[in-house]
Design a protein around this ligand. Sequence first.
Ligand code: NAD
Length: 298
Amino acid sequence: MKIAFIGLGNMGAPMARNLLKNGHGLNVFDLSRDAVQSLVDAGATASASPKAAAAEVELVITMLPAAAHVRSVLTADDGVLAGIARGVTIVDSSTIDPASAQAFAKLAAERGNPFVDAPVSGGTGGAAAGTLTFMVGASAAACEQLKPVLSAMGKNIVHCGDTGMGQVAKLCNNLLLGITMAGVAEAMSLGAALGIDPKVLAGIVNTSTGRCWSSDTYNPFPGIIETAPSSRGYTGGFGTDLMLKDLGLAADAAKSAKQPIYLGALAQQLYQTMSQHGGGGLDFSAVIKLYRDEGAKR
Ligand code: NAD
């Protein structure tokens, strides 16, 4: 299939590579020349604009930082909607708010193009391995149609409901992730301060009721899990500022639903403090520094 892929960052680049590996033809566009060049080296064709990328393809995929970027890539004079043929589907895998996804779907529908929200979980590791989970907001039929191509990038393709419901699933998951990571950081730091070997504590947690992905796969305490960002100076992985963005999306959505998110609001403040102290580019598990740095001062 001929596909336009726009947004070749930490997630988009490995996802695009997996499409190439599966035999799809790719037109690529990103503001970063280096990002484009690395995909061209892998066999993709560079496009001069989103409009040019979207011309003569059967599917458009966007993987951008936030809703403002998606809006501009879709609606600018040289944007996707200016170049795409009628009937071609646009899949947005960025994490954005459900209301924006629904608004983009309306805009695209006016031009005769289906718009599908399909945010992902699984991180950069899952993107590289092609094992992402796609949370799809679309009709059941549209989701079925997309399965073969999404399967080149992910192993779980889940239909979550109509447009916007993929984003609802994603923001609820990340709300929980932000909270559990802060919880594991708190418990690990307390244990270390009280003198237990952090490896022993992690082993107990991971075979007990405190076990979760933040403890057994991505533990924030350095040296517990070799493959986790905590064991390489909190580099790579899922940036604190991106987590902060997702908690902001959850807070906005909660406000619109008049639904309280007590722990989410507290977690948002923790990651905000991290960001304010210059840690916005570090993996979000670096939230443990708030506990451990403070502990060291005492
Ligand atoms: P990133 O910042 O690494 O990449 C974004 C890319 O978009 C960059 O290459 C940037 O140059 C490009 N870009 C920005 N504006 C553009 C424009 N107008 N036109 C073309 N290209 C443009 O971000 P990422 O980590 O790849 O995340 C992308 C999305 O996926 C975000 O919404 C994020 O929340 C979500 N996400 C990230 C992870 C993760 O672990 N990093 C996991 C799941 C979901």
